[in-house]
Write a protein that binds this ligand. Structure first.
Ligand code: COA
Ligand code: AMP
Length: 628
């Protein structure tokens, strides 16, 4: 039996022993009494009785063990012309000081802190400072609008918000502070303190005494030590799109998270202490949490924080420049980023002159890796290109080619095999497992491994209802697909209304809520349709209230603007069309799946429960205009 098969079998047969051994790589202040606490299914807890501090494991521990002078973080920002490194010692000191600043603002163990920052070192410092205090951070992606930020503020009820005067999107300075002020005005929860990083590109107006400048706060602060927390205490909340307009607050604990991420670095990604790891994502997404900040630092790697784009900062050679300059061993990106590079530099000419001899592997995730992109990246890079599948909820890969444990043959289009700890099953509508090659719901038999979500923030009920009810005893991933005869998993797409636009997870439900609020709109549907660059893009369809006279083009533009203003530019909704009616079942459910299939040019089976086939026939040419 190979190393992978043996590890996988051990992890499923005896998870307590498997993860108990993995837990030895974490510095515990009090060792756990139990590895897996399965006393209250369907809720499971890992490492109960244990105490640790995640920041201690990410920083202090490495300084104590002799890595103080190694670079922990490299901030590479082509948009500001900056590249600067921070050693583990420097980063620990900055974090300890900022933790002191937060404490002086009244933040304590268990308090929430919302972080709304661009890709600057302060984002990493603020996250780790919260971890140091035992406070719970909730990072909100900068591309969301004020309303989305307000929703998250109301759910997390933070003591403080940490933000900046601006972000830089390519060549454009995006003011953050007005968005924050608007969000704070919209939110019902009143935030007592905001710590604002003033960037030289734009100075923000402060609202005193609520707002304090980062530098002022730090100057007045004393460094603080790591606060011991329970393994089961929350480290962070990360909001992610669900099928409704209300985002889900995915909770991450401290103990399971540290153990799982540490294990994943060596076994999945094949990197260890001292290696340079670069996840070209954003700290606002789960990839940024896990693989820009926590996993590389827990492992004693050097992590790269890149404030730039794959193209345009300054060109499609940016990734290769960064990888070469910092001797990156593993690069992790989204397929959409590679497609953007491929579009601008189809022959990979911009690789020339960059010494990529340190680069072992390119890992891709966040959306399906289409075979074309896989083949292109493999050809131009001439090294393994590894697809892996996971989601915000799990926090680390569910299915991967475990390069550190035992590299497996690559099948383009499949992220390969279940990662140890994940008992992946494909279930049919009746809940029974389907044979190999047959599509169904991809589910994971409980318990989920450490590091995955124990629940949703203060909403156990929604956790059970969203994930654990459809197939009792299993976690529903929301993705559909199949397992082949060799045990490879093929993830074919979401089975719900979540869409994935340029590697950004979005809810069509949120966009529909915004559009439906327009006084002219009787009903609407937003669907995700295939796009050659972004993977998917949203398209909206509206039916007007009877008697309303609106110029369709103007209304469409107004609705696009509303979504941009209320959800954020990242929603990338560019087309909203006025139609006579939407196809529905007799019980009134809009047939979004059928609409999506037609728009993508797929064979669709129209359900027998359709109310009026004529409505669908009329819509077909709008969904997919006939080829000229
Ligand atoms: N703050 C403010 N605005 C932001 C933002 C942020 N952090 N991130 C994105 N936006 C804005 C963009 O400026 C753009 O605005 P525009 O409509 O005015 O041009 C809009 O949101 C859409 O952004 P995006 O989807 O990123 O499209 P793009 O055309 O700017 O770039 C790619 C396309 C493919 C280069 C880019 O999407 C990309 O690099 N994607 C990878 C995503 C990723 O790493 N995901 C993490 C999962 S691993
Ligand atoms: P997020 O929570 O933002 O990480 O998005 C998770 C969703 O992105 C998954 O449920 C999938 O639909 C999709 N996804 C992520 N990685 C992959 C992959 N490698 N292959 C197919 N889909 C993926």
């Amino acid at each position: 039996m190979g190393a992978y098969a043996a590890a996988y079998e051990r992890s499923i047969a005896d998870p307590t022993r498997f993860w108990g051994l993995a837990a030895r790589d974490v510095r515990w202040l009090v060792p756990p009494d139990r590895v897996l606490d399965d006393g209250a299914p369907p809720f499971y807890r890992w490492f109960t009785g244990g105490e640790l501090n995640t920041c201690d494991n990410a920083l202090d521990r490495h300084v104590d063990e002799g890595r103080g002078d190694q670079r922990a973080l490299i901030y590479d920002s082509p948009v500001t012309g900056t590249a600067r490194g921070y050693t583990y010692r420097e980063l620990r000191d900055l974090v300890a000081r900022f933790a002191g600043a937060l404490r002086a603002q009244g933040v304590d163990r268990g308090d929430r802190v919302v972080i709304y920052l661009p890709m600057i070192p302060e984002a990493v410092i603020a996250m780790l400072a919260c971890a140091r205090l035992g406070a719970v951070h909730s990072v909100v992606f900068g591309g969301f609008a004020a309303r989305e930020l307000a929703v998250r503020i109301d759910d997390a009820r933070p003591k403080a918000v940490v933000s900046a005067s601006c972000g830089i999107e390519g060549g454009r300075v995006v003011p953050y502070k007005p968005l924050l002020d608007e969000a704070l005005g919209l939110a019902k929860h009143k935030v007592e303190r905001c710590v604002i990083r003033q960037r030289e590109q734009l100075h923000a107006d402060l609202v005193r005494p609520r707002d304090v400048e980062w530098d002022e706060a730090v100057e007045a602060a004393r460094p603080v030590e790591c606060v011991p927390v329970a393994a089961t205490d929350p480290l962070y909340i990360l909001y992610t799109s669900g099928t409704t307009g209300r985002p889900k607050g995915v909770v991450r604990d401290n103990g399971g998270h540290a153990v799982a991420l540490r294990w994943s670095m060596e076994n999945v990604f094949g990197v260890g202490p001292g290696d340079v790891f670069w996840a070209a994502s954003d700290v606002g997404w789960v990839v940024g949490h896990s693989y820009i900040v926590y996993a590389p630092l827990l492992t004693g790697c050097t992590t790269v924080l890149y404030e730039g784009k794959p193209v345009g900062t300054p060109d499609a050679g940016a990734f290769w420049r960064v990888a070469a300059q910092h001797r990156v061993k593993v690069l992790f990106a989204a397929p959409t980023a590679i497609r953007a590079i491929k579009k601008e530099d189809p022959d990979g000419a911009l690789l020339a002159g960059h010494d990529l001899s340190a680069l072992d592997t390119l890992f891709l995730a966040g959306e399906r890796l289409d075979p074309d992109t896989y083949h292109w990246a493999s050809r131009v890079l001439d090294r393994p290109v590894i697809d892996h599948w996971w989601q915000t909820e799990t926090g680390w890969p569910i299915v991967a080619n475990l390069r550190g444990l035992e590299p497996m043959p690559i099948k383009p289009g499949s992220p390969s095999v279940p990662v140890p700890g994940y008992d992946v099953r494909v279930l049919g509508p009746d809940g029974a497992p389907v044979p190999p090659g047959t599509d169904g719901d991809i589910a994971i038999r409980l318990p989920l491994p450490p590091g995955t979500l124990p629940t949703l923030w203060q909403d156990d009920e929604r956790f059970v209802e969203s994930y654990l009810t459809r197939h009792p005893g299993h976690y529903l991933t929301g993705d559909g697909g199949h397992v082949d005869e060799d045990g490879y998993v093929w993830v074919m797409g979401r089975t719900d209304d979540v869409i994935n636009v340029a590697g950004h997870r979005l809810s069509t439900g949120t966009m529909e809520e915004v559009i439906a609020a327009h006084p002219a709109v009787a009903e609407c549907a937003v669907i995700g349709v295939e796009d050659p660059l972004k993977g998917q893009v949203p398209r909206g369809f509206v039916v007007l209230k009877s008697g309303v006279l609106a110029e369709p083009g103007e209304l469409g533009e107004e609705l696009v603007r509303m979504v941009r203003d209320q959800v954020g530019p990242v929603a990338a909704l560019k087309r909203v069309e006025v139609v006579a009616a939407l196809p529905k079942t007799r019980s009134g459910k809009i047939l979004r799946g059928v609409m999506r299939g037609i728009a993508d040019g797929k064979e669709v089976t129209v359900p027998s429960t359709i109310e009026d086939t004529a409505v669908l026939d009329e819509l077909r040419p709008v969904l997919r205009p006939p080829a000229p």
